[in-house]
Structures are given as structure tokens and as C-alpha cells.
Design a protein. Structure first.
Ligand SMILES: Cc1cc2nc3c(=O)[nH]c(=O)nc-3n(C[C@H](O)[C@H](O)[C@H](O)COP(=O)(O)OP(=O)(O)OC[C@H]3O[C@@H](n4cnc5c(N)ncnc54)[C@H](O)[C@@H]3O)c2cc1C
Length: 367
């Protein structure tokens, strides 16, 4: 048995109906899925199931377009930009996760409003809540797909990452960027105008992200990991037993009939392979992050001593290790709020940060 499997066994959690209801909300079923075509899976964030479902919806004329988000390059910088994809190629171009926060309300909602036709919308949980609050768009939106979301980061972290990659490419101009592709935690890939392609482990970015450095402020206040306001939600499955599986999967949670119809269609059309699993299997794959994310109460309590006022709308029971983990996350978030603080964090020996991450993961794992 691997060390990771042993650690999982020791920190096993019980997912009671009450916990599932709190974290996920009402749901119909849970699944593991992947795009049937390897060409769709490559460059996808997980198993490419989200893209495969969008392709099926578009090809079957269930929707006229899909609101997606791309990692756009603007003046050598990576920014989250929204597009309405109306062709298979545009959907493929939008594969992958864009971890830098976009301006969904200011940029995506007007696109949805202006579009004539029916849409599928992919968004982060908070973005789908913003969509739900925006009256008058419900009729236009046939299906809402939420991405499981730990949190998003600010542009400073990706600017730091691309500046270093540009240096390694001897100053060539950045032309393409994928935050995370490939198996398990994956690789970051940057392309340059002289043909140079640089890949580095996603952990170069993920180490800071997982420690909540450069976290977007609103994420500190949010407890919605799985997308309460979605028809279908999609994420990774981080259980050790899937590490050696040659095909990476997307975990799916069906919330409504529209969500169930969307995956049934993708299956019928041969775009997606879907296997039903117990919801506990999906939650096992999020065993640390989902409880941490949901527990806004822990951050509200830890925030008091740090001068951060976080409203507690959850009223969850907070144990010492949850408060300690929340304190680390908030301290790290605060540390990167000023340019001087951010520079100091980026100068810190990565071995020290890795030890800190181990501590945070340890605290998150206690149940
Ligand atoms: C900020 C962020 C945080 C995440 N946190 C977690 C987490 O903690 N745990 C977890 O299991 N999974 C998380 N995910 C989801 C995960 O990275 C994958 O997106 C998900 O597993 C779907 O994979 P896929 O291969 O099926 O999707 P793909 O087939 O690659 O399609 C992804 C779709 O999502 C759209 N998209 C990408 N980024 C954004 C964005 N920022 N806003 C709106 N739409 C977007 C793309 O345009 C594309 O249509 C996160 C994603 C993001 C963007």
C-alpha cells in the first residue's frame, strides 16, 4: 500500500447525509466521467468531461452556444476572459482551468444578455450564484455547469509565473498558456512566439495557491465548493487509487434534471464515458478541501484576531485544528495583500513553504 493510500485510510471521513446536504445541497447522483476522445482529454483540466458534455449539447442543438472562460494572453499577461463558444473548435480551445479570477459580472453577464439563443454556462460556484441573482436570464440558460472550486487567485501570482517563464525563454513573447494539463496534478505549459514551449510542474504555481497566498479576497468569505446554484458540477478526484489510472477522470455531481439530461446526452452521443458512483467517492476525492472551504465559521473566528471581519453564515462547529488551518490560510492571504509582502513571500525558500503546506494539509486532514 502506498504512503498516500495509508494516509487516506488513517484520515478517513464519514460523509453523513447531513454533511453531504450542507456541502453539496440537494443532488440527484454522482459520477466519474471522461471524454471518450483522447484528443478532447488532452489539454483538458481533468477528464475533459465538461468539454465533452458541451460538445454533445452543441452538436445536438440543445444549445446554440456555451459561455466558457479562457486563459487569454494580453500584452504578455494571462487574464481570464469569457467567450461564447458556438463551434466544437472554440469549445476545445477553451479547455482547461483558468485559476486567475475573472470579472464574471462585468464581462460574462453582458455576453449572456446579448446572445440570441440558448446557452450552456460554465462558471465557478460564486459566478453561478451571481447568474441566479440576475433576473431575466434563466430562460436563456439551458444548463449551468459549476466547477468545484477551492478558490481563485489574483493576477499577481500568474504574472510572477509568466515573468519567470519568459525569462527562461530568453525574453520571447508569450503566446499561449495552460495552467494545468496532463495526468494527476499535471504540468503548466507556456508557448512563445519563437516556437519555444516550456513545461513545468503545476506545483510551481500550486504551492502558493494551496497555501492561499494571492487568494482572491472574496474566496475567503465563500463556503460554496460544489456550486449550490448549478445543474451539474464538475471537479477532480484526488484519491490515491486514481493516481495510477492512465485516464484522468472528472467527478460529476448531478443536481437537477437538466444536469442529468446533459450527461445522458453526452453518453448517448459517444462523447463521454460515465460511471455512477456513491457521492462519498466524490467527497473522498475532496476530503481536505471541501470541509475547509465549507467551514466559513472557522475563518470567521480566526479572522477576529487578524483584523478580518468575515460574516459567518454557516454556523458550523469549529474545532481547534480547523481554526488553526483557517488562521494559516488567512495569514497567508493577508501576507500577499501588499507588493512588499508579496515580494517577501516569493523570495521565501520553497522548501520552507512545502513544510508549511504539509502542516496545513495535516491540520485539514484531522477529522
Ligand atoms: C479557479 C478554479 C478552482 C478550482 N478548484 C478546484 C478544486 O478545489 N477541486 C477540484 O476538484 N476542482 C477544482 N477546479 C475544477 C477543475 O480544475 C476542472 O475544471 C474540473 O475538474 C473540470 O475538468 P474537465 O477536464 O472536465 O474540464 P475541461 O473539459 O477542461 O473544461 C473546463 C471548462 O471550464 C471552463 N473554465 C475554466 N476556467 C474557468 C473559470 N475560471 N471560470 C469559468 N469557467 C472556466 C473552460 O472554459 C472549459 O469550458 C477548479 C477550477 C477553477 C477554474
Amino acid at each position: 500500500m502506498s504512503l498516500a493510500s495509508m494516509a487516506e485510510r488513517l484520515t478517513r471521513r464519514t460523509w453523513t447525509d447531513e454533511i453531504v446536504d450542507a456541502y453539496v445541497g440537494p443532488f440527484v447522483s454522482a459520477h466519474l466521467a471522461h471524454a471518450v476522445a483522447a484528443s478532447v482529454r488532452e489539454d483538458a483540466a481533468s477528464g475533459g468531461a465538461v468539454t465533452a458534455i458541451l460538445v454533445a449539447l452543441l452538436d445536438a442543438d440543445r444549445v446554440d452556444g456555451a459561455l466558457v472562460c479562457v486563459s487569454a494572453i494580453e500584452d504578455g499577461r494571462v487574464r481570464a476572459r469569457y467567450r461564447i463558444a458556438t463551434t466544437r473548435n472554440e469549445l476545445l480551445a477553451a479547455r482547461g482551468s483558468t485559476y486567475v479570477l475573472g470579472a464574471f459580472v462585468a464581462e460574462a453577464l453582458p455576453l449572456i444578455e446579448a446572445f440570441e439563443g440558448r446557452l450552456a454556462v460554465v462558471g465557478l460556484p460564486c459566478e453561478l450564484t451571481a447568474l441566479a441573482r440576475h433576473t431575466g436570464l434563466a430562460e436563456k440558460v439551458a444548463v449551468r455547469i459549476a466547477l468545484f472550486c477551492g478558490h481563485a487567485t489574483t493576477s499577481e501570482l500568474v504574472d510572477h509565473t509568466t515573468a519567470r517563464l519568459t525569462q527562461r525563454a530568453n525574453g520571447a513573447k508569450l503566446t499561449s498558456f495552460r495552467f494545468r494539463i496532463g495526468h494527476w496534478r499535471g504540468m503548466t505549459r507556456a508557448g512563445f512566439d519563437d516556437g519555444t514551449v516550456i513545461e513545468q510542474p503545476f506545483s510551481a504555481y500550486g504551492l502558493y495557491q494551496n497555501l492561499y497566498y494571492f487568494a482572491a479576497k472574496k474566496c475567503m468569505f465563500c463556503g460554496d465548493h460544489f456550486g449550490y446554484d448549478s445543474d451539474l458540477s464538475a471537479g477532480d478526484i484526488w484519491s490515491a487509487k486514481y493516481k495510477s489510472d492512465p485516464i484522468k477522470h472528472t467527478a460529476l455531481i448531478v443536481k437537477t434534471q437538466a444536469g442529468a439530461d446533459a450527461i445522458a446526452l453526452a453518453e448517448q452521443r459517444g462523447e463521454c464515458e460515465v460511471v455512477r458512483v456513491d457521492i462519498g467517492e466524490v467527497l473522498d476525492g475532496q476530503r481536505r478541501i471541501a470541509p475547509f472551504h465549507y467551514n466559513v465559521s472557522a475563518r470567521a473566528q480566526a479572522g477576529v484576531g487578524l483584523g478580518l471581519k468575515i460574516p459567518d453564515r454557516v454556523g458550523a462547529h469549529v474545532r481547534w485544528h480547523e481554526r488553526a488551518a483557517a488562521r494559516i490560510a488567512l495569514q497567508d492571504f493577508l501576507a500577499t495583500q501588499s507588493p512588499e509582502g508579496a515580494a517577501a513571500v516569493l523570495r521565501t525558500d520553497r522548501r520552507v513553504l512545502k513544510l508549511k503546506l504539509l502542516l496545513l494539509k495535516g491540520l485539514e486532514s484531522l477529522s
